[in-house]
Design a binder for this molecule. Structure first.
Ligand code: M6R
Length: 606
């Protein structure tokens, strides 16, 4: 949520900041702004709206000429999207960009008002700009260290002090920020895609570390002012992976990347035909000690957790609970010493998931992360982390990250079943080979692109839609429905097909299209009865079934099929037409597919 960039070097800072912000815009796009050091002054230009509005404003004002600056793209929390509420927030001496929430901003405002400061915005961030101004004693590191003592909440801050025109200062707590190291130039950024075109080398800031970033040096201090030696990491993502690569949108590109992402995530973890996590640094007998699993996540990642619950319980007979991180963290969950808490997160920075992880750790419970972004907070704070290899996911709607999260759930389920001896070695190998086959068949699923575009035409004018399914198909209904509503703004509900008649069927009319997922052979007879129930009430039905299954298609208007894989593995295939359906509906409605309204990619606030 909110993207931060900073540049100090030999090039025009405004150009670099705008380019960086265009790669960070998926973190928020309510407004954008930059501050650049020019001739001993801090020049700030900011604008409500997309980055284009800022670029136009810079063009008309004249581009600031300086080689040191900070930039921001905003997802509004405190205060409506407006020019005045946009970042940077500044005084005569200091300018800041902020990602996070300052929880005690009202107290700070009061305290600073009493000292004569006036406030012109509705934001929490303005209080930090004025606090820094008030605390400033000529030494920025000391000033930031004093500010840390006074601020409650989460923050990643990029700061310019007018008296130090050749330096960017940065601190973070509970919001992501990294320092990227170039040749004779350095950067601060919320994440690596913003700067991949300049460098792959970066360092990560720990909680409340203070970074002093100059053109040819970077120093880091603890909040007590003690110098810290930092490890330099190298990103394994290259710039082409963070670009559209000829596709019209990131979402479509990312849907089409799924066969590759699945292969990259699954194949390194198969040894002698069975999944192992030794290359992830997890000992062979690690999982044998756990008798219960809690999966905690948000949104799409939580849906991957639901698939995990189904397959782990079926294969390994270990009870699994799935929780929304935002609920888990506040409901005083019952945790036992032999529990394993698994946190699934693409970004590794989702505030609620991170808080849930910390809660489990505070009770001494073992934790495992399933994370896509290397070096992110969740990946660093869990006892062990299984990385998914989706590569950078830029579209706000999660697609390839979801598929690889599911893949890890399958690998874990088979591994657990094998070590808990609920399956034999031969059965484990057969299951692994079915997983690999399903992953390869995703390529074939992409050929449904045109068919889903056709189906999307039926939905553009719908006011409301239902997705129904049973078992694993119910989990997929939740994901299909989230994807469609998220990017096309059409109201959708996902329902367990057997539950409809307990109330919700009263909403079905001839104006309510239904997407029925019917890929589970074991449940097909029951599912067809449920489809007939909605069809009889006039709802047009699009059925997604499995090739070769005896299906009575008289109860549906359209059918598409997935190849005949075992029931357990259908989600890997089912998800692709659902993503394509959401994609085309959004496109036909003229929505911004990659940047749907009100959303941001990485939800780093509660
Ligand atoms: O980065 P995370 O996986 O922790 O993000 C969780 C959700 O915010 C995310 O999956 C969200 O629901 C997506 N926009 C769905 O497409």
């Amino acid at each position: 949520m909110c993207g931060i960039i900073g540049y100090i070097g030999y090039q025009n800072a405004a150009d670099i900041l705008l380019a960086g912000l265009s790669n960070l815009e998926y973190r928020g796009y309510d407004s954008a702004g930059i501050s650049v050091m020019t001739n001993g002054c801090i020049q700030t230009i900011k604008s409500k709206g997309r980055l284009k509005c800022l670029a136009d404003k810079i063009e008309s004002y004249g581009k600031p000429q300086g080689a040191c600056g900070i930039g921001h793209t905003r997802w509004a929390t405190h205060g409506e999207p407006s020019d005045i509420n946009s970042h940077p927030h500044y005084t005569d001496n200091v300018s800041i960009v902020h990602n996070g929430i300052i929880e005690n901003y009202l107290e700070l405002r009061k305290e600073l008002s009493e000292k004569g400061y006036t406030f012109t915005t509705q934001t929490d961030t303005e209080s930090v700009a004025k606090l820094l101004d008030c605390l400033y004693n000529g030494d920025p590191v000391q000033t930031l260290a004093s500010a840390i003592q006074k601020i409650d909440g989460s923050y990643a801050l990029g700061v310019l002090f007018k008296d130090h025109p050749d330096t960017i200062y940065a601190i973070r707590k509970d919001s992501p920020l990294l320092i990227a190291l170039g040749e004779n130039e350095n950067f601060i950024a919320s994440d690596m895609p913003a700067v991949l075109q300049y460098t792959k080398r970066y360092i990560l800031l720990e909680q409340n570390e203070i970074a002093v970033v100059k053109q040819s040096s970077v120093s880091v201090f603890t909040s007590e002012g003690v110098p810290v030696i930092k490890e330099v990491h190298t990103a394994n993502w290259d710039i082409s992976k963070a670009q559209k690569d000829g596709f019209d949108t990131f979402m479509l590109k990312e849907i089409f990347e799924q066969p590759r992402a699945l292969h990259d995530t699954i194949s390194p973890r198969i040894k002698t035909g069975i999944p192992t996590f030794e290359n992830d640094g997890i000992p062979a007998d690690y999982f044998s000690k756990f008798n219960r699993i809690k999966i905690v996540a948000c949104g799409t990642a939580m849906h991957a957790g639901m698939i995990g619950k189904n397959i782990i319980e079926q294969l390994a007979r270990i009870p699994v609970e799935v929780d929304l991180a935002s609920e888990f963290r506040y409901r005083n969950p019952i945790l036992y010493p032999d529990d394993l808490v698994i946190v699934i997160s693409q970004s590794g920075e989702t505030a609620d998931s991170l808080a849930a992880l910390r809660l489990a750790k505070s009770q001494g419970i073992a934790t495992l992360g399933v994370v896509n972004v290397t070096g992110s907070s969740i990946s660093r704070e869990t006892d062990h982390c299984i990385y998914t290899y989706a590569g950078p996911e830029i579209a706000v709607a999660s697609t390839k990250a979801y598929s690889v999260q599911m893949a890890v759930m399958y690998l874990l389920a088979i591994h657990l079943a094998f070590i808990k001896q609920t399956v034999t070695a031969v059965q484990a190998k057969n299951l692994t080979s079915s997983l690999v086959t399903a992953a390869q068949l995703t390529r074939q699923m992409l050929t449904l692109d045109e068919a889903m575009e056709e189906r999307a035409k039926d939905y553009v004018n719908a006011h409301s839609l239902f997705f129904i399914g049973r078992g694993l198909d119910y989990c997929m209904s939740l994901e299909g429905s989230l994807k469609l509503k998220e990017i096309s703004y059409i109201h959708c509900e996902a329902y367990a097909a057997g539950e409809l008649k307990h109330g919700t069927i009263s909403l079905i009319t001839e104006l309510t299209p239904v997407v029925a997922l019917a890929t589970q052979e074991a449940l097909i007879a029951k599912m067809i009865s449920n489809i007939k129930e909605v069809h009889a009430r006039g709802g047009s039905v699009f059925m997604l079934a499995k090739d070769g299954m005896p299906v009575d298609t008289s109860c549906c208007d359209h059918v598409a099929t997935i190849p005949p894989v075992e029931d357990l593995f259908t989600p890997i295939l089912t998800v692709i037409p659902l993503q394509l359906l959401a994609y085309h509906t959004s496109l036909l409605k003229g929505c911004d597919v990659d940047k749907p309204r009100n959303l941001a990619k990485s939800v780093t606030v509660e």
